[in-house]
Structures are given as C-alpha cells and as structure tokens.
Design a protein around this ligand. Structure first.
Ligand SMILES: [Zn+2]
Length: 263
C-alpha cells in the first residue's frame, strides 16, 4: 500500500488538525485563517526595479508558513479553498486600489518550473487561482484566468539564492504565450512573494510592448515575507504601492475587504 493511500485513509479516521498551528478541528483554523484576511502591500526588502504593485493577504510568517508549505509541498490539497479565499482577498485589494478598470480583469498564474510540477505532481498555483476565481465571481467581481505566461526550462530552483542571484537566475525565464486583450487589467497570481524577483520578471514579460496608456500589471499573492520597517509600521496602506499614485482613489481602505468579506 503506498504512502499516499495510507495517509488518505488515515485522514478518514484521524481527527483533522490545522495546517498552521496544529489545533484539532479544521484544516485551517479560524485564528490562522484570520492571519490571511488582512491584505497589505507586499514590499520586498530590496524592492526590485519594476516590481509590480502587489497585494498579499497576509505575512509569510508564524503559522502561515507551515500552512502554505503543507499545501504546496505536502499535497494537502484541501487547503486550496482557504488559501484561494486569501488570494481572492488580495486580488480584490489590489484591483480596488488600481486606476479605473475598463477592460476585463484577468488572473495570470505564475507558472512553476517543469521540475517543480513534476516533483509535486500538480500545479498548486492554478488550484489557488481556480478557487480564488470562484470566490471573486461569487462576490460579484467578474474575473477570468488567462494563462499568458509559460516558463522556459533553464532557471534553477531559486531556494537559497540571494535576491540578486534570483534575478539573474530568472532573467528570460518567462515567455508570453499570447498578447493580452487590449484594455485588460492583468493580475499576476502566485502563492508567496519573497525577494520579488519572480513577479518582477513575470510582470516585465507581460507588459513587454504595452502602449503608454495600458494599465499597469498588478500582482496578488497569498502571503509575503514580512519586512521589518523602521518604527514598526507594518504598511497597511495599498496606496503606497502603485507607481502612478495620482490614479489611485483617495480612500481605498474601505474597499479593501469589501468584495470578498465573509461577514
Ligand atoms: Zn491554526
């Protein structure tokens, strides 16, 4: 009997525990889920030039780390739902803080490397995207998935590389497989942002050749590596993110949690 089947059977008889904190009960307890319900701008420590305006549903720290890893690397696919909800919240936050949107909102999953897809046997970012789309549509935001990027095979796994080495490793990694529809608002979606190198490369490739009036490429992630800011401010205001701040509504804060609030 293989390990996967054994663990599936064990799930039927053993009580579930939270993938974040280990509390018996749900796959992600309320307290841990609440850590992923506070969209904030993702601000990598060495803000890479060209890093897209990015919202994260929570900080990649504490119980969020084991929860994301259980989903990503340990095959706990049930977490797609709560983590997809978190991603939906981040998408809603970054879209609401963006300049006025006329065209469709398209979620562009960041493709994993072929080696990672083989190792995991699944595309976890697309699983998240599917769940996030369902949440956003249920909340009245019409979004579509657009798989506009493919990944060329060259880049090594970036774990353990410095920020500069990550960028060098990723240069030329992504290829646009189709031109985005004119006027579409593109939102890159991924699980976690750490150095920002992946999102920066992906956004550069997506916006290649875009006209001057094209909306900026945005990004949304489940969690972002927290940045220790002087004075301890956590940076909860998405207005600091977009480069063209004059286009951002004066008070986006009231809208950040609106569309996908569960209350
Ligand atoms: Zn928990």
């Amino acid at each position: 009997m293989n390990g996967g089947l054994l663990s599936a059977l064990a799930d039927l008889v053993l009580p579930r525990t939270c993938a974040g904190c280990g509390l018996p009960g749900r796959i992600l307890c309320r307290r841990c889920a609440a850590l992923l319900a506070m969209p904030r701008p993702a601000t990598p420590r060495r803000f890479p030039w060209g890093f897209p305006p990015t919202a994260a549903a929570g900080a990649y720290s504490g119980p969020v780390r084991p929860a994301v890893n259980a989903f990503k690397e340990q095959g706990q696919t049930e977490l797609a739902r709560p983590l997809g909800t978190a991603l939906a919240l981040a998408v809603a936050a970054v879209v609401c803080a963006a300049p006025e949107v006329r065209g469709p909102v398209l979620l562009v999953p960041v493709p994993s490397s072929r080696a990672a897809l083989r190792r995991r046997g699944r595309d976890h970012v697309r699983e998240l995207t599917t769940c996030a789309m369902a949440e956003l549509r249920a909340a009245g935001m019409p979004v579509e998935e657009a798989r506009l990027l493919r990944r060329l095979g060259r880049a090594r796994d970036s774990a353990g590389l410095s920020a500069a080495a990550r960028r060098a490793n990723l240069a030329g990694t992504f290829r646009r497989s189709a031109a985005p529809p004119p006027g579409a608002l593109l939102v890159l979606v991924d699980d976690v942002v750490t150095s920002g190198a992946t999102l920066t490369e992906a956004a550069a490739e997506l916006s290649r050749g875009a006209g001057a009036g094209a909306p900026p490429v945005l990004a949304a992630v489940v969690a972002a590596t927290p940045r220790r800011l002087l004075g301890g401010r956590s940076g909860g205001d998405l207005r600091v993110v977009p480069k063209r701040s004059e286009n951002v509504p004066d008070d986006p804060s009231g809208r950040l949690s609106g569309p996908v609030s569960r209350d």
